[in-house]
Ligand binder design. Structure first.
Ligand code: FAD
Length: 405
């Protein structure tokens, strides 16, 4: 496996163990069928509990069943999962960084105890509802809102309550979210909504069980990218949630944005895995495929492609490792994450295309990984802040002038 500057030498025992466990898992359980899942537009759901058993969901958190592994170990895990498929890494990122993280950081003791161990094991599935049909890159313009539910309550169990007999101390949510990874299979959604009953309508996080009255989670089927991942909408039509389902520890856009920083950290690492997988496929193919009386890898044009791929991927690896160090020390800023996500995903997107090219006609099939990774990268380039938006973040960092609000 490509590790040109021997980053392996600096890994601890636990880090190697986690990386090797994830690598074996991907080789054994993901690689054999992932092409078929991609073609069929399905996610290997049977792997969800297995991934929990192996500790793949938010192992970098502390307590509630999470082992608090190093940020490098967590990054290596994301790298290996995405070497399998971006859909697999997305599943783990959403569960860990976008749902378990905010419950861990901002949840009540009861919320933590109810959800963290179950989600860590893969017994419960979460999703993260921020994007709306009319508000993607600018989520602060969201329309989904919560209002105090003033009705007098009669039911002991709020989930059995009807609109006529609700408990009084809750909220009613209305709105819609779209492009939500895992929504159709989720037990719970973190829905970010404006609280219209508070001054200045702050954004708050609501834990919405998907079996509540008024919740719908339709699947989006028409995807040509991230096909081995389940994506859907969340419709909220007068959905009542009790007060205890609000994340008490955060108010404002800091809530969702801090989660995105965590997930983007994993993406910066994951993209390296996808790029590395493309490189390894192309390298092998260059040695195996004979044309004009010998392997195509003897041609300088092919060697140039591998030289460029190897160099770009090594640079992306260095950025990911440095980011882990900064995160471990508590010095990582969102701008560092923007640069890493932006650069490493672009690298993976570009290099996947070159690898695809090196595989000739075979390169356009699901028998080989590069075109699948290439298609996946279109989503990864767009979600968690588009490439353009991270460019603007860096533009502001370097000039002090914001080109967006
Ligand atoms: P838009 O914001 O409409 O952008 C369109 C284009 O305009 C882009 O090229 C963008 O870069 C550009 N643009 C926008 N503003 C500017 C500007 N100021 N300057 C320059 N260019 C600009 N969201 C969730 O909340 N949860 C999820 O789990 C989730 N999963 C996803 C899974 C998939 C498969 C996909 C495709 C998306 C997912 N998303 C999720 C949504 C994703 O985060 C959004 O698609 C993304 O934020 C971009 O929003 P948009 O698609 O509305 O594009």
């Amino acid at each position: 496996m490509l590790d040109f500057v021997n980053l392996e030498a600096d890994l601890g025992q636990e880090e190697r163990m986690i990386r090797d466990t994830a690598r074996e898992f991907v080789t054994e359980h993901v690689k054999p069928d992932i092409g078929e899942h991609f073609e069929n537009g399905t996610f290997p759901k049977e792997l969800i509990p297995k991934m929990g058993e192996l500790g793949f969901y938010a192992p970098n958190l502390e307590g509630y069943g999470s082992p608090n592994v190093s940020e490098t170990a967590y990054g290596l895990l994301m790298q290996e999962l995405e070497a399998g498929d971006s859909g697999l890494r997305s599943m783990a990122s959403v569960q860990g960084a976008l749902v378990m993280y905010p419950i861990h950081a901002y949840g009540s003791e009861e919320q933590k105890e109810e959800w963290l161990p179950a989600m860590g094991q893969g017994d419960a599935i979460g999703c993260f509802g921020l994007t709306e049909p009319e508000h993607g890159s600018n989520p602060s313009a969201m329309e989904t809102h919560a209002e105090r539910d003033s009705a007098e309550g009669t039911s002991a169990d709020p989930r059995e309550a009807t609109s006529a007999s609700r408990d009084g101390d809750g909220y009613v949510l209305n709105g819609s979210k779209t492009w939500i990874t895992n929504a159709p299979i989720a037990d719970v959604a973190i829905v970010w909504a404006r609280d219209r009953s508070a001054e200045d309508d702050p954004v708050r996080g609501f834990l919405v069980e998907t079996d509540r009255d008024g919740v719908s989670t339709n699947k989006i089927d028409e995807k040509l990218s991230l096909r081995a991942s389940i994506t859907g909408e969340i419709g909220l039509n007068n959905v009542h949630v009790p007060e205890e389902n609000v994340l008490p520890g955060v108010s404002g856009m800091k809530g969702p944005l801090s989660c995105l920083t965590q997930a983007r950290y994993g993406i910066a690492w994951g993209a390296v895995g996808a790029a590395r997988d493309c490189f390894e496929e192309a390298r092998q193919y260059a040695k195996d495929r004979d044309q004009f009386g010998g392997p195509i890898g003897r041609f300088q044009l092919q060697q140039r492609k591998l030289a460029e791929m190897g160099t770009q991927i090594t640079l992306a690896q260095l950025l990911a490792y440095r980011l882990a160090e900064l995160k471990e020390r508590g010095e990582m800023r969102p701008q560092h994450v923007s640069m890493s996500k932006r650069n490493n995903v672009r690298t993976a997107r570009d290099q996947a295309r070159i690898a695809r090219e090196m595989l000739g006609g075979n390169g356009i099939t699901t028998d080989y990984s590069p075109m699948r990774h290439m298609a996946n990268m279109e989503t990864v380039y767009t979600y968690e802040g588009t490439h353009d938006i991270h460019t603007l973040v860096l533009g502001e960092e370097f000039t002090g002038i914001a080109a967006y609000q």
